[in-house]
Design a protein around this ligand. Sequence first.
Ligand SMILES: C[S@@+](CC[C@H](N)C(=O)[O-])C[C@H]1O[C@@H](n2cnc3c(N)ncnc32)[C@H](O)[C@@H]1O
Ligand code: SF4
Ligand code: SF4
Length: 373
Amino acid sequence: MKKTEAESYSERISLPEFSLWERMKEKRNLVSFDLEITARCNNNCRHCYINLPQEDKAAQQRELSAGQINKIADEAVSLGAFWCLISGGEPLLRKDFFEIYLGLKKRGLLVSVFTNAGLITDKHIRLFKSYPPRDIEVSVYGVTKETYERVSRKPGSFNHFIRGLNLLLDSGIRVRLKAMALRSNVGELPEIARFCRQKTKDYFRFDPFLHLRFDRDTRRNAEIKSERLSDQEITAIERADSQRLGVLRDRCDKLIMPQREHSSCGHLFHCGAGQGSFTVSYDGLFRLCSSLWQEDCIYDLKKGSLGEAWDDFVPRVRQRHSDNREFLEKCQNCPIINLCLWCPAHSHLESGRLDEPVDYFCKVAHSRKDMLA
Ligand SMILES: C[S@@+](CC[C@H](N)C(=O)[O-])C[C@H]1O[C@@H](n2cnc3c(N)ncnc32)[C@H](O)[C@@H]1O
Ligand code: SF4
Ligand code: SF4
């Protein structure tokens, strides 16, 4: 679930330090891994790439057990990992969340949790106080009931979110806030930003870049597309945020590269996927990054070991080439690819192919370039 620096924004460099990621591009070193412990959720957000209904029994039955998760964590630690992100769906929906969380902590891992906060109870607060997470990152979909529930599509969810967030904030646990900029909440973005900055002095970011669903569900993909903002709206938001614009301007030389380093090769992967981290789905599917769902890029951990996935499978995936001339001439040589949401994984979610340019991404990237000119 990690994003490139151009896709998301933060006021602070997050752990691991950015320079470490730079070094990892040269040499593979496992640092962290993401566990999507469920795809089910108590909300039903309009923009969500993963959500399945809370009561989906079949999905629940496919979820890895706490024991299976412990085994993956053991192997990951022996390969060098020291940081784990627990995400979902909504991870707190799992009845054995405590067991999973403690299993990771006992293995000495730094643990981050992504949550909508709606299911936080006093019991979670006691757990987090006794065994502190590195951080809890809460998504803020709106700061009024009307907007929040327009996104979440769950009556009552706004009050649950506020209650859970206040429990976290009052306890002194390290909370980070973030927001998605969506068609359904764009009118409230300034209030959302104010709310977040007031609640946590430390950190806030918003993200206007929506990718499509992992299961490629066409009806829900149409909903995601309808939540996307236009290129002009995205740049207007970025321009209005002086901190965000400042970060983009400061990194301009890395974001716009007139001469791309890799322009003559046909390799698909020039990003950090599988270099320092990996992701495991709720049902045990290993990927190089959370969005990479092309069938030949998935390794089933129920049928093999993490060691084999990491040592043998990942390098094979990263060797993959493209022979699509349109892609090679357009995106592979593109000086503004770092301003673009394009990557092989997102290309596959959009088109079914790892090497297809995407018009919407292209438009947004060019508007961002004009904004920085
Ligand atoms: C899938 S959620 C899981 C954790 C938790 N349920 C939450 O909402 O924070 C993780 C993050 O992904 C974001 N997200 C959901 N759908 C997305 C999409 N289509 N594109 C980009 N990010 C998305 C969510 O808004 C949230 O901030
Ligand atoms: S709360 Fe998170 S997982 Fe649940 S539907 Fe919303 S974005 Fe998806
Ligand atoms: S989609 Fe457009 S902006 Fe993005 S990498 Fe390809 S050519 Fe560049």
